[in-house]
Design a protein around this ligand. Structure first.
Ligand SMILES: Nc1ncnc2c1ncn2[C@@H]1O[C@H](COP(=O)(O)OP(=O)(O)OP(=O)(O)O)[C@@H](O)[C@H]1O
Length: 280
């Protein structure tokens, strides 16, 4: 497999509360993957650990692309948009990783930002303060910003939460275009029908990997039930990692078809966020 990001025994906890346990696997370059699972399954934590925003207690994340070419769309609830900034300036922030704090913005960049706004259906919105936009309009702005980033890997955390059907359809078409351009897209989602329709690969999480592979195989009722049962059985007071190797092995063996590839890839180490022992 030609991986964009690999996870090796990734284990993360918050103040000793386990969030992700022994996650192994890889996101292939150019793949389009939905990350699904019950509330609290560790989906957002997975994205944040891939960005180095949370520290691993054990294991590591290996990113095989330039870290500056990873774009991230957090959940809207995590974004403070009371900041007095125009729609155009917000989109132009997409150049920040390439240009840095003092890089100049020229006319060509402004033109591309306006094109990106047109592509997300917000022609004529450039001068509006972002605080005045609806939730759906603001999500379109954030997609326009990603369009400017020219990212190799795009991480989206619940991009369609509280977004209407028309906006969702428009944004899904942009995601499909990214996939056609061979970008690697990983999206946390809750709508299973949407996942089945639009995402070829799925990672089903319940703090552990329940299943990871072709969406049609992963999203079977047996796996979904297993994920629900695992989420319900979670002991919030458990220590950092109270799952034995035997438990993990048993879980893996019951899902051989999706785990088969997990250890096949020996990553070439380009960027790694690794951690051991440090609690958050
Ligand atoms: N900053 C934090 N501090 C403490 N605990 C946290 C923090 N962030 C997440 N958690 C806990 O880690 C676990 C996994 O949370 P995470 O947000 O990754 O789950 P999720 O699958 O994205 O959930 P949801 O579907 O509800 O968004 C949960 O038990 C959550 O309470």
């Amino acid at each position: 497999m030609n991986a964009a990001i690999s996870l090796e025994n990734l284990t993360v906890s918050y103040r000793r509360h386990p969030a992700l346990h022994h996650v192994n696997g890889a996101f292939e370059r150019g793949s389009l993957t939905a990350v699904v699972g019950p509330n609290g399954a560790g989906k957002s934590t997975l994205l944040k650990s891939m960005l180095g925003l949370v520290r691993c207690n054990d294991g590591r994340v290996l990113t095989h692309v330039d870290a500056r070419r990873i774009a991230y769309l957090p959940q809207q609830a995590e974004i403070d948009r009371s900041f007095p900034i125009s729609v155009l300036d917000c989109v132009l922030l997409g150049y920040w990783q390439a240009k840095g704090n003092w890089g100049g913005i020229d006319a060509a960049m402004c033109a591309r930002a306006r094109q990106a706004l047109a592509a997300v259906g917000l022609d004529g919105f450039s001068g509006r303060p972002v605080a005045s936009l609806s939730v759906g309009q603001f999500q379109r702005v954030l997609f326009a910003r990603i369009l400017l980033q020219d990212a190799e890997v795009i991480l989206l955390d619940e991009p369609f939460n509280a977004i209407d059907a028309r906006t969702t359809g428009d944004l899904l078409r942009i995601i499909s275009a990214w996939h056609a351009e061979r970008r690697t897209v990983i999206a946390v989602l809750h709508d299973h029908d949407q996942v089945r329709r639009a995402f070829p690969q799925t990672l089903l999480l319940a703090r552990h990997v329940v299943a990871w592979g072709q969406t049609a195989e992963v999203m079977c009722e047996e796996n979904l039930q297993r994920a629900r049962a695992m989420a319900e059985a979670v002991d919030e007071q458990a220590g950092v990692c109270e799952v034995s190797e035997a438990d993990v092995l048993a879980l893996s063996q019951s899902h051989d078809h999706v785990h088969a590839h997990l250890h096949a890839h020996e990553p070439t180490h380009e960027h790694a966020h690794a951690g051991k022992g440090g609690l958050q």
